[in-house]
Write a protein that binds this ligand. Structure first.
Ligand code: BES
Ligand code: ZN
Ligand code: MN
Length: 480
């Protein structure tokens, strides 16, 4: 796998190939048989003088613009082109390039994450002639001689673990709601505890959730036959230290309840448990990497369906915290489970609490599909998450939380309502959660725009696992 830039500039490995083959690559460029456009890849039978069987030539665009995003795109495009043929061993020459100031460790991360993403498939539910997938056996990454090998190797190893976490998140998200139920998430959490040393999973039943007084959580579940679960995972890599608590929204299907959603696109509400999947996977990744920190994941999980037993608009429910909530819209259900989970999290005396949720359509309007919304009254925590997102190339963008916005949650009948107006919907949702986090160091990630892709490439993205794991790696202090 070699790259070429605009204006006939050859990448490092491309220049080697060209020299060994008597100008074969330069001739291809001159004849217009390869393109330097970013993401354009062509595979050729290798010329004489080169030991490889094939050469994948990938366009890298302008050398000055070649950054980590372009690098990942280039690897993805080249992998896609190579997987069209029966390739078994791949040698990647792109890590020899100057990638916009990306240090070797992160180059390793991006390399293995991009490769893993290109190999991801979700075809277990398709029957019939399975397309024979070429089995890639070995992938080698060429590195520079100036001491880059060790950090690059560490990054590549971490990248593999992160990619596994992202793949788990994608699998759980992609599974339909008739398979991926709260019980299925619970079973997955238990399996993860069996797989990883130092991970324990406890699953609380409806009766236990009731006994805890998590009434706003259960108010969401009342319209469905599917039993709700509260999943609690604990990874202990640092003895008695205060844990980072990750809370994930685990709505395995969100029909909106009595405030029923419109039909078109409703199938995508199977992805409403992507926050749950991401925090479970982030914890599992921390365990796989044996990070010297403690992480707890709390996942309230249920379905949100309409029925004769469902919660009605105007119903008032007392949360676990004791505060009463007027449920004006049963489709604003995520905050109703998260608020009780936040109250539950207090028992762990957390160093910090981060909730992750496909919480609001308003977040998608505000930030689109490229940035996860980061909201926190704690500047340090907000910046740590945003910085982690930049390093991991899984970016977030901060939105405010402030008292002015919380005013729209006023209720005439309860302590507050579960919805504000249409304006600033992602922020007022965070303000609602903020009523349950007093005294805790807390951040809220709204992943409504980033957790999955719609359209022809419909599917879960695995975000924000890279951001979360980067955050944990930094807390653990294990980065070079
Ligand atoms: N799960 C949805 C949020 C969502 C909608 C995510 C579309 C991604 C795409 C959430 O439960 C919801 O329905 N939120 C409502 C809140 C509103 C009623 C205040 C929304 O955003 O419309
Ligand atoms: Zn929802
Ligand atoms: Mn909803």
């Amino acid at each position: 796998m070699v790259g070429i830039y605009d204006r006939g500039k050859l990448g490092v490995a491309a220049a080697d190939i060209d020299a060994a083959s008597d100008g074969w690559l330069k001739a291809l460029i001159k004849d217009g048989d390869v393109s330097s456009k970013p993401g354009r890849a062509s595979v050729f039978a290798a010329p004489d003088g080169v030991k490889a069987k094939r050469i994948a030539v990938i366009g890298l665009g302008r050398a000055a613009d070649f950054d980590a995003v372009q690098y990942r795109k280039a690897i993805g495009a080249a992998m896609a082109a190579l997987l069209e043929s029966k390739v078994r061993d791949i040698a990647i020459g792109l890590a020899l390039e100057k990638v916009g100031g990306t240090p070797p460790y992160y180059l390793g991360r991006h390399t293995s994450e991009a490769i893993a993403a290109s190999l991801y498939t979700f075809e277990t539910l398709k029957t019939g002639a399975k397309q024979p997938r070429p089995r890639v056996r070995k992938i080698t990454v060429a590195v520079n001689e100036r001491g880059d090998a060790n950090p690059l190797r560490l990054g590549a190893e971490h990248g593999v673990a992160i990619a596994e976490g992202a793949a788990l998140t994608r699998d759980l998200g992609n599974l339909p709601a008739n398979v991926c139920t709260p019980s299925y998430l619970a079973k997955t959490a238990k399996d993860l505890a069996k797989k990883h040393r130092n991970v324990q999973t406890r699953v609380l039943s409806e009766a236990e959730i009731k006994r805890l007084g998590m009434r706003t959580f259960l108010s969401v579940s009342s319209g469905t036959e599917e039993p709700p679960k509260l999943i609690v995972m604990q990874y202990r890599g640092a003895g008695k230290g205060a844990p980072i608590v990750l809370i994930g929204k685990g709505i395995t299907f969100d029909a909106g309840g009595i405030s029923l959603k419109p039909g078109p696109g409703m199938d995508e509400m199977k992805f409403d448990m992507c926050g749950a999947a991401a925090v479970m996977a982030a914890l599992a990744t921390a365990a796989a990497l044996e990070l010297p920190i403690n992480v707890t994941a709390v996942v309230p999980s249920c379905e949100n369906l309409p029925s004769g037993a469902a919660t009605k608009p105007g119903d008032i429910i007392k949360s676990m915290s004791g505060q009463t909530v007027e449920i004006l819209n049963t489709d604003a259900e995520g905050r109703l489970l998260l608020c009780d989970a936040l109250t539950y999290a207090r028992r762990f005396k957390p160093a910090a609490v981060i909730d992750v949720a496909t919480l609001t359509g308003a977040c998608v309007i505000a930030l689109g599909h490229h940035r996860t919304a980061v909201m926190s009254e704690d500047d340090e925590l907000a910046c740590a998450l945003i910085d982690a997102g930049i390093a991991a190339e899984d970016r977030g963008w901060r939105l405010p939380i402030a008292a002015e916005y919380a005013e729209s949650l006023k209720s005439n009948f309860a302590d507050f309502a579960n919805v504000g107006g249409r304006e600033g919907g992602a922020i007022t949702a965070a303000c609602f959660l903020g009523k349950f986090t007093k005294g805790m160091t807390w951040a809220h990630l709204d992943i409504a725009g980033t957790a999955w892709h719609a359209g022809p490439k419909k599917g879960a993205s695995g975000r924000p696992v890279p951001m979360l794991v980067e955050f944990l790696l930094r807390r653990a202090g294990v980065l070079p």
